[in-house]
Design a protein around this ligand. Structure first.
Ligand SMILES: [Zn+2]
Ligand SMILES: [Zn+2]
Length: 1626
């Protein structure tokens, strides 16, 4: 389908928005022949694409359009036509899609093909998503600001080849250099659905190409490309100098490509020159003073050159051609070094503000030389005060001076030269480096390479830089032309030489010389009038780089100027674009670029005014919009998303309940036209009001999910709910892999009465075991109602995670039992599915998935084989954290998500920050050596039992640790906060759940609540701790994000990492020695501790030597050096100029801070953060376990390494063909993940799992197959198909062992639309034994299945049957069990001549059961066509009227507000107490308005393994253990006791949504209290409304306050109350 090189057509993208609000992206790429349809899920914004023909793959765009709109255009609300997709993101309430609507082919045809398009018009399409997940106003504002980002004219892309690297790129299109990809993050959703090419690789900057020629005709083409680096994005005043990603502000790589176009088939000669521009690579900035004319320049006083070396290192790696150089003409000698020549154009005169930068620039290079980090780089600095020179000597001499300085470096760096060979057959003739890949037909032959780079800078890298780089590049351009035999010498213009007979370049003549041509031979000769001699030879033969030696006037006189002005033109535009990107206005002082232009003088006058105007413009932009532009860029690049979109999901959830989800049992309705309830699952009927059958006491929905997933949320749309009791008031949720054995997930969750159309979201966990529930569950919570868990969820209940969940059963209960039918609206199930499609095709995320699983297995195996000691005992010491195999593995190898490369990383590359390690010792070694837990001896003993899955040893170890901590009097002594936290670390290290911990503690008579750290601190201190920990978490996130960005373009990893938390182990103490701090002293728990080394560090603050135990983690220094106020603004109040620059800054500061200099609250915050990280890792490990389990259930725990089968898989491109043969060209309808089994089927031990029967054709091990246990003589497979389908037959793939007479089954097949067996119809019965008699091929082991259709049996139906479920029964006849049949069957054959007699031994092939035949099969395929189901056909007219009538008849509720005499808020407004008058009516319930809080994603610093790929997690923490709120209502009763009336689990709704909760019964009371319970700490305020006072007494969100949120009501008849009643409606 995909073609290499050449395009078939122009890319066309159509974005269709239907009336229902659904959005489809229809893309027909230039590189493909077909059309893809991508659906944006209207609830979550997840992109959906299934690669199914006729469903989302079509032959043409029109066919796709017809399908989506059902052939009727009027279904469309809007249609946008575009030329390319630039990006997409779902950000909570909105999704944004960016498309390019108009393009210019700015470089239409690069040598070797490929068109560079500049986006001249783009469009943001904002899709409003219909989910109730609360999102802050600030987030919505940020989305709006993102869509204001200026794209047009400043971005470009190429669809067919990589242009992020110097031309010609050695790397294919799909692996761009991330330094220059601006939509890397923004294009992720397309990569995740397996369509990486559907979103182009977008570069920022300038790309343009022009023809030029010497004699008025085209001779050459020049293309100027400027790629802006994204490593230090941002605007002037906010992004200058270095950042912590080792990049400078306004950093641009420029490329000047010159080539001679040729007609088809000929080689295309070309050459290129690259240079860099950017601000000075040291830490500096400029502060804008409102009064001063110029900004004040400052250089960081601490480590101003930190990262400078890394900056040059990155340049060195990119422009290092030492090993590539192919000496061709001998003109370039192989160089040993990579020169980097910095041309610094700053003012350097005494008193000029810029001169401080010049000094530091020089100093920084001295520093780099002194540390000797860059042995192969030679950095030259050329200071050239451009402004002073222009003022003093004028423009012309300034240019001459520049040429003088540039000559030597330019010549030695050289240019790259080569040819594009249109056919690879010519490669043999190439002397040089050959570059070829799939992106073009031919190959490049590079004869010479540029080695090193010239780098220009002024203060902002704008105006002076642009001018100087033009005059530098102009010289190179002249040389580039000369080498391509394009003469730009002006004397040629007057000659009569035809281009055909000149052989290369002819230099201008010295004064007194004349050129003539021989009248007869036409050969040129030269006359020297000075000496009166003639010669055939040119007096000064062609000299490379000769114009460097000319004066300005000489240059001008000897050169054809039209190409020069063409080049100047390109530079002028490029300069404007860079200036606009950086400052928001055009370039100034650019008239000098027109100096060769005759009319330059006129231009000059005009430009003075122009400059003035631009200066003012820039000032305005800087002061007003820079900060918001900075934010736009960050969002566009996907940076600091935890700050800009704290509540948004990393990956939006899937909605597997549609479109191919269905009800397994029809839902009875009151009205006949209802479609069995199917429309309840359809988004197209969002406004649906569905009425249950009259008699129903409960309504049960059995939902079959379109794909298996872990179910996370239930989303209900209230239909007709606010004012009557017809909407259900509670729901139970059960889930499972099939219809049998559904597990209860949620019981009696209350559904408030809400207005029609309200979306309410009910978060779900996996099913929690009853045992755990009893020990840590609701009961435990009730006891500590007075103090919510502020720090972390000490009692976390862990539900089972299952990615194969297929059936969700919902039971709805009416508000008032037995009163009548219920109404329902749309029901959506939200979940997370594994990337099945890429798992099967081994694409991007699939490969990652396998690597993860494989390395987990490897580690598990090592562990089981007993090699090495208990990995857990070492796990903590180096902060590998959890004893998770996954963690270990990710340390060994992970895919670098930035480059797509698999990297081996050393296991110490765990966190973030670098440190200066004194005494030459690695801090980590030290950590490794010192921590030996006091229980280490027993660890070894118990490791075996642990590995066998017993948790006892873990519990025992835990108890031992507890006793060590609490000391000899452990029964009486209470732990303090720090001890309790260390015990929790131990618990997590031992991989115990909260319930397991509680069981262990209870077993020795300790109340778990007594070690709950949440209850061991003062309330006021807790608030402060919470706040510091949140800040720490953000700093950690920032520094890790920068670390990831910094790694782009860097081969080297940082050598030293310091631990972020540095939590000392239980009993670990300072050993004195060289340590001058000695803060952690006291009795050591055992003599086993010894200082492995005397390594000490120097405290950043007090300067004393400090040992590791007495040092605080790296995080403490981050906190100490950050401006806390600025960081606290993370939730939105950025924009105060430079805030981000400073947060960037802090990550780079080296050092250690001792515990004495560190505030206590910081130390507590560090340990809290560490516990949170461990909890998160535990969740992650559980997720990975669940993922592995799911995979095992599909293909079995194959002993083979999965990766081994990858090649096999990749080689199977004929798969589709084979499949088509098996299904006679029809669709395969019963393939996992769309299809699955309705019921479990008994499976023999050691057999391939049941699901392998429906896994994709060639997936899994070749010789494995499914078997029933030997004693089973009949099995029934109930297969649910992906869609309602017309099935034409079933294909059974024969197991590799083949059939024999004893195990060949009889097959009977039924079909139906529902699970009701009575309704199914039999489609036929077949006897396989009779088949094998006629075809011996089916018998015995399969000989070779390569390249051919595997052995199979087809069971074709007489006519296609429309159905959703297929039942297949396999039955074998057992000897003795049915002798009659056996006799009859065997009579068919002569036993003597039985050709299969010896095949009875076939079972031995399977190796499991020797004598007993069993039912077995390899695969089951169902062939047919899926039917497009038209859900949403509006009900018949009569029914519509009936529904309406019925709804109007429904009992109306009239709520009236109960007046409150007094009320007070207690416990930080989490409790509301209301006092009522004695004459108050009976209370019926209360109204609660949705809280205006969000649930931020980040509450701890990143764990180490997230560094590889922060987006790689399958399940976010928030989804595994969702934060829940409950409201508890108590009322004063007769006995003068407060009695709990009810407790309600609150669903998520949009802020301010009124929810009415009825009490279970009406109550009479004078005092009611409402208490908010649950995971209060997981919520935070809308940043824009956040109170930024640092020491707010209570850390929890003000938005959770119950003030003015609750109103009590009663029901009454309005007529009885009179007209005033309406005034007190609730
Ligand atoms: Zn110490
Ligand atoms: Zn100190």
């Amino acid at each position: 389908m995909e073609t290499s090189a050449g395009c078939l057509r122009d890319t066309s993208v159509v974005v269709v928005t239907l009336d229902s609000g659904e959005v489809y992206i229809i893309a027909s790429l230039s590189t493909r022949a077909d059309t893809q349809v991508i659906y944006i899920d209207p609830t979550t914004g997840a992109l959906r694409y299934s690669a199914k023909h006729g469903y989302d793959v079509f032959k043409t765009q029109n066919e796709a359009l017809d399908y989506i709109t059902n052939g009727s255009k009027w279904l469309c609300k809007s249609v946008t036509h575009a030329r390319a997709i630039l990006g997409y993101a779902a950000l909570g309430s909105y999704a944004v899609l960016l498309v390019a609507t108009r393009l210019i082919a700015s470089i239409p045809n690069l040598p070797g093909g490929g068109c560079v398009y500049t986006v001249t018009e783009s469009q943001w399409i904002k899709v409003s998503l219909q989910n109730p997940q609360p999102q802050s106003k600030t987030e919505n504002k940020n989305i709006q600001e993102l869509t204001d980002l200026d794209i047009d004219g400043k971005h470009y892309f190429c669809e067919t080849r990589d242009i992020t690297r110097p031309f010609p790129s050695r790397t294919p299109l799909r692996i761009p250099d991330d330094e220059f990809v601006w939509n890397k993050w923004f294009s992720t959703p397309f990569r995740n659905i397996g369509l990486p090419q559907h979103c182009v690789t977008l570069l920022q900057g300038y790309a343009e190409c022009r023809n030029f020629g010497s004699v008025g005709k085209q001779e050459g083409l020049v293309a100027l490309t400027a790629r802006r680096s994204r490593l230090h994005p941002g605007t002037r005043y906010l992004a200058r100098g270095l950042n912590s990603c080792y990049s400078t502000g306004n950093e641009v790589e420029c490329e000047q490509l010159v080539w001679v176009p040729k007609k088809g088939g000929q080689s295309v000669p070309f050459n290129t020159y690259i240079w860099r521009r950017g601000t000075i690579p040291i830490w500096w900035g400029a502060e804008l003073k409102l009064t001063a004319a110029e900004a004040e320049i400052y250089v960081s006083d601490r480590d101003p050159y930190k990262g400078s070396a890394e900056y040059y290192q990155r340049l060195t790696e990119r422009y290092d051609a030492r090993n590539l150089d192919v000496a061709v003409s001998g003109s370039q000698k192989k160089s040993a070094l990579v020169p980097i020549v910095c041309v610094n154009l700053l003012r350097n005169a005494e008193g000029k503000s810029e001169s401080i930068l010049v000094q530091h620039f020089e100093e920084s290079l001295n520093y780099i030389r002194s540390i000797g980090k860059l042995p192969y780089t030679r950095i030259h600095l050329i200071n050239y005060d451009w402004h002073a020179s222009v003022k003093l000597k004028g423009e012309q001499q300034t240019i001459e001076g520049l040429w003088y300085l540039l000559k030597a470096p330019t010549v030695s760096i050289g240019i790259s030269e080569g040819d594009y060979l249109s056919s690879r057959e010519r490669i043999n003739n190439c002397k040089g480096e050959i570059i070829c890949n799939d992106d073009y037909v031919g190959a490049f032959c590079l004869r010479s390479h540029q080695n090193g780079v010239v780098r220009f800078n002024c203060a902002d890298s704008l105006d002076r830089t642009n001018a100087a780089s033009f005059f530098g590049a102009l010289q190179v351009f002249m040389e580039q032309c000369r080498r391509l035999s394009i003469s730009l010498d002006s004397d040629l213009a007057y000659g009569y030489q035809s281009p055909a007979n000149y052989t290369g370049y002819i230099a201008p003549l010295p004064p007194g010389w004349e050129k003539r041509s021989d009248a007869v031979t036409k050969k040129t000769y030269f006359i020297d009038h000075n000496t009166r001699t003639t010669t055939w030879d040119h007096p000064c033969p062609d000299k490379p780089w000769k114009r460097f030696d000319m004066t300005f006037e000489e240059f001008k006189r000897s050169t054809i100027l039209s190409p020069v002005s063409i080049l100047a033109d390109l530079f002028l535009t490029a300069g404007d674009i860079h200036a606009t990107l950086y400052t928001g206005s055009k370039a100034m002082h650019s008239q000098i670029l027109s100096i060769f232009n005759e009319e330059a003088g006129k231009f000059k006058q005009f430009s003075a005014a122009q400059n003035m105007k631009i200066t003012l413009q820039r000032r305005y932009k800087n002061a007003v919009v820079d900060s918001s532009r900075q934010k736009q860029l960050e969002i566009f690049l996907g940076l600091r998303l935890f700050k800009h979109f704290p509540s948004a999901m990393i990956h939006p959830l899937h909605v597997p309940s549609r479109p191919s989800g269905c009800f397994l049992k029809p839902v009875p309705s009151m009205f006949s036209s209802s479609d069995g309830g199917a429309s309840l699952l359809s988004f197209k009927r969002k406004d649906l009001i569905w009425v249950s059958a009259q008699a129903a006491d409960v309504v049960e929905l059995f939902i079959y999910l379109g794909e298996p997933c872990h179910v996370c949320q239930l989303l209900l749309t209230i239909a007709h709910g606010a004012d009557d009791t017809t909407f259900p008031s509670a729901v139970d949720v059960r889930t499972g892999r099939c219809l049998d054995g559904l597990k209860l997930v949620l019981e009696g969750a209350s559904i408030p009465q809400c207005a029609n159309g309200t979306n309410i979201l009910i978060p779900l966990t996996g099913p929690v075991s009853a045992e755990d529930m009893a020990i840590t569950g609701a009961g435990a919570r009730a006891q500590e109602t007075s103090s919510p868990s502020m720090l972390y969820d000490f009692e976390e209940l862990e539900g089972e995670l299952d990615f194969l969940t297929r059936v969700v059963a919902l039971t709805f209960y009416p508000a008032v039992a037995g009163r009548g039918p219920m109404t329902l609206g749309e029901v959506e199930i939200l979940g997370v599915s594994l990337p099945w499609r890429s798992i099967f095709s081994h694409e991007d995320s699939g490969v990652k998935f396998y690597e993860c699983i494989n390395s987990r297995r490897k580690d598990t195996n090592n562990f089981r084989s007993g090699s090495g000691s208990n990995p857990f005992s070492t796990a903590m010491t180096n902060d590998k954290g959890m004893p998770s195999c996954q963690l270990e593995s990710s340390a060994n190898s992970f895919i670098d998500f930035l480059t797509g490369e698999v990297r081996l990383s050393d296991s110490s590359s765990q966190l973030v920050a670098e440190t200066v390690v004194h005494e030459g010792n690695d801090l980590l070694d030290f950590l490794d050596d010192t921590f030996t837990p006091p229980v280490s001896d027993s660890n070894k003993d118990s490791s075996i039992s642990f590995s066998e899955g017993s948790s006892d040893s873990g519990s025992q170890q835990y108890i031992r640790s507890f006793k060590v901590l609490a000391g000899p009097h452990w029964q009486e002594r209470r732990l303090d906060f720090m001890e309790a936290m260390k015990l929790e670390i131990e618990r997590l290290r031992l991989n115990l759940s909260a319930a397991e911990r509680d069981r262990a503690l209870l077993s020795i008579g300790i109340d778990p609540a007594s070690i709950n750290p949440n209850m061991l601190l003062e309330d006021s201190y807790m608030g402060r701790l919470y706040w510091v920990a949140s800040t720490l978490a953000l700093l950690g996130q920032i520094s890790v994000e920068d670390k990831i960005t910094a790694s782009i373009g860097h081969e080297i990893a940082d050598e030293n990492y310091v631990d972020f938390w540095n939590i000392s182990a239980i009993g670990e103490r300072c050993q004195g020695g060289a340590c001058q701090v000695r803060v952690e002293t006291g009795p050591t728990a055992g003599s086993s501790f010894s200082m492995a080394s005397d390594s000490t560090f120097v405290c950043f603050d007090c300067g004393r030597r400090v040992c590791k135990v007495c040092s605080a983690g790296k995080g403490a220094l981050l906190l100490a050096t950050s401006n806390l106020k600025e960081v606290s603004g993370y939730n939105g109040i950025t924009g105060q100029g430079g805030s981000d620059a400073s947060s960037n800054r802090l990550a780079t500061i080296d050092g250690i801070i001792c515990k004495e200099c560190c505030h206590e609250v910081v130390l507590d915050a560090l340990i809290l953060d560490y516990v949170r990280v461990l909890i998160s890792l535990r969740r992650r490990t559980r997720t990975d376990d669940a993922a592995e389990k799911a995979l095992n259930n599909l293909i079995g725990l194959s002993s083979k390494n999965l990766i081994l089968e990858r090649d096999h898989f990749l080689n199977n491109k004929g798969n589709a063909k084979v499949l088509a043969k098996l299904t006679n060209g029809e669709d395969s309808l019963a393939e996992f993940p769309v299809a699955s089994f309705l019921h479990p089927v008994e499976t023999a031990p050691g057999s391939a799992p049941l699901l392998s029967l429906v896994s994709p054709l060639k997936y899994g091990s070749q010789d494995s197959y499914w078997r029933a246990p030997a004693n089973v003589s009949s099995v029934e497979f109930a297969i649910v198909l992906g869609d309602l389908s017309d099935v034409s037959g079933v294909v059974l793939l024969v197991s590799p062992c083949g059939y024999s007479m004893s195990d060949a089954p009889t097959v009977q097949i039924w079909a139906s639309n529902t699970i009701n067996k009575e309704e199914r119809s039999c489609t036929g019965k077949w006897d396989v034994r009779s088949m094998i008699t006629s075809s011996s091929e089916l018998c015995g082991p399969e000989k070779s299945f390569k390249d051919k259709v595997p052995r199979h049996i087809k069971f074709a139906f007489r006519n296609p049957v429309r159905c959703r479920i297929i039942w297949i029964t396999l039955r074998i006849q057992r000897l003795g069990s049915n002798s009659v049949n056996i006799d009859r069957d065997f009579n068919l054959l002569s036993l003597d001549e039985n050709p299969f007699a010896e095949l009875n031994r076939r079972a031995s092939f399977g190796g499991q059961i020797d004598s007993d035949p069993c039912i077995h099969a390899k695969r089951v395929l169902v062939a047919g066509r899926s039917v497009r189901t038209e859900i949403g056909a509006s009900p018949q007219g009569s029914d519509q009227i009936n529904v309406r009538n019925w709804l109007e008849r429904a009992p109306q509720l009239n709520r009236f507000k109960v007046p409150v005499e007094a009320e007070r808020l207690i416990d930080n407004s989490l409790v509301l107490e209301q006092f009522l008058s004695p004459v108050s009516p009976q209370l019926a319930g209360f109204r609660l308005d949705g809280f205006s809080t969000i649930k931020p994603r980040v509450n701890h610093s990143p764990s180490r393994d997230v560094i590889g790929d922060p987006t790689s997690c399958l399940l976010e923490d928030r989804l595994i253990s969702p934060a829940l709120l409950h409201i508890q209502v108590c009322a004063l009763q007769e006995s003068h006791n407060m009695v709990t009336v009810a407790e309600y689990r609150l669903p998520e709704v949009k802020p301010g949504t009124p929810m009415y909760f009825d009490f279970p019964r009406q109550i009479n009371t004078r005092r009611v209290t409402f208490r908010l319970l649950g995971d209060i700490a997981a919520f935070s305020d809308d940043p824009s409304e956040q109170d930024d006072s640092e020491l707010r007494a209570h850390p929890w969100a003000a938005g959770l306050s119950l003030a003015n949120k609750i109103k009590l009501y009663y029901y009454a008849d309005p007529y009885e109350l009179g007209k005033w009643a309406s005034l007190s409606a609730v």
